[in-house]
Design a protein around this ligand. Structure first.
Ligand code: ADP
Ligand code: MN
Length: 175
């Protein structure tokens, strides 16, 4: 195996606060690149990769080990786009690029409200964005040179981000 883990195609992690546009971006990027979109939240629900329901935050308590076991073979093969609002529990070697989507607070507030978020869940996510929790988590978990923060306020931002990442993926060579 080569240093890059022997992947023929890259693995991209797309992270960020809920509502920043991860799933929208990943779907379009998967179409443009033919990479496989792995939506971790959906996978957790579909395969019960959790330890129950968190009443306060109204979300599943993800079982990180089960998630990693579930996707390990695909990740070792390469060619994946992983979509999740967390990034510190995946093996560092899995990713060639870590994208952190960021959104203006008032725009994010409106998006999450229209998604039905309110009370502490809404507040927690807005604070998560204000304090750049996911960017800090990404920087703490991966090499600085593979972490990139991308603005995701408008549909033009999404188009530009998808175009740039598509070009990056096309030019990627195994290292
Ligand atoms: P996430 O997967 O990060 O929670 P989604 O992709 O589900 O975010 O997006 C949440 C909502 O916000 C969707 O209705 C989506 O259309 C909208 N949205 C996300 N990013 C943008 C953007 N950059 N510009 C406009 N609308 C966006
Ligand atoms: Mn999503």
């Amino acid at each position: 195996m080569a240093d890059g883990g022997g992947r023929a195609r890259p693995n991209i992690l797309v992270t960020g606060t809920p509502g920043t546009g991860k799933t929208t971006t990943c779907s379009l990027l998967a179409e443009a690149t033919n990479l496989r979109h792995i939506n971790v939240g959906e996978l957790v629900r579909a395969k019960d990769l959790h330890d129950g329901w968190d009443e306060e935050f109204e979300c599943h308590i993800i079982n990180e080990d089960l998630v990693c076991d579930e996707i390990e073979d695909k990740m070792e093969d390469g060619g994946n786009i992983v979509d999740y609002h967390g990034c510190d529990f995946f093996p560092e070697r899995w990713f060639d690029c870590v994208v952190v989507l960021q959104t203006d607070n008032s725009i994010l507030h409106d998006r999450l409200s229209s998604r039905g978020y309110m009370g502490p869940k809404l507040m927690n996510n807005i604070e998560c964005e204000i304090f750049q929790v996911l960017l800090e988590e990404a920087k703490a978990s991966y090499a600085e040179e593979i972490v990139v923060a991308l603005q995701s306020d408008t549909v033009e931002d999404i188009s530009r981000n998808v175009a740039n990442l598509t070009e990056w993926a096309a030019n990627w060579t195994p290292r």
